[in-house]
Design a protein around this ligand. Structure first.
Ligand SMILES: [Zn+2]
Length: 76
């Protein structure tokens, strides 16, 4: 995704030097697992959460994308 957001004095754009952050979240109790570099690693937390809470069977994968602010006219 290369979406950027333009404001009057700056532009917000994806920071390609930053890393995506993945997390798993339980839909039942909203508890979140630790940050991970991949979706597969993030979803490993589900195994442990499910052992403690057998009725919590629905989860979300959360993906966090880093952005940076660039003053207008400077470019990327
Ligand atoms: Zn839960």
């Amino acid at each position: 995704m290369n979406q950027s957001y333009r404001f009057r004095r700056f532009t917000m754009q994806p920071d390609h030097a930053g890393e995506l952050i993945h997390r798993a979240q339980c839909v039942s109790c909203a508890q979140m697992g630790p940050q991970a570099a991949t979706g597969d690693a993030a979803m490993m937390w589900v195994v442990f959460h499910l052992e403690d809470h057998p009725s919590h069977v629905r989860y979300r994968e959360l993906l966090s994308r880093p952005y940076r602010v660039v003053p207008r006219g400077e470019g990327a």
